[in-house]
Design a protein. Structure first.
Length: 94
């Protein structure tokens, strides 16, 4: 099965309304017997939070940044109508 790389930038992934299009493109690749490889940009603000996290982790003061990352992704998943699974919740609670 040949690979097919699909890259989606910030505006593509930032808007929940564009995700059905992304899903359709992936489905089309699979139906054409291609193996899609997705490259997705980070949600708005995530790159800055990750940079801040590296500084705060050194200071052992990183819990607030981790919580912000969690909340940002959980809110986006909710907008997409995705309920985060038990494994995700278990991971973030540890």
């Amino acid at each position: 099965m040949p690979f097919s790389v699909l890259k989606f930038g910030g505006t593509s992934v930032a808007n929940p309304e564009t995700w059905p299009l992304i899903a359709r493109l992936v489905t089309e690749k699979l139906e054409n017997e291609q193996c899609p490889i997705l490259v997705l940009s980070a949600l708005a603000g995530v790159s800055n939070l990750l940079e801040e996290l590296t500084v705060k982790a050194i200071e052992n003061n990183h819990q607030l940044i981790l919580q912000q990352l969690h909340d940002l992704h959980q809110q986006f998943a909710t907008k997409l109508g995705i309920q985060l699974g038990e494994k995700y919740t278990e991971h973030w609670n540890n």
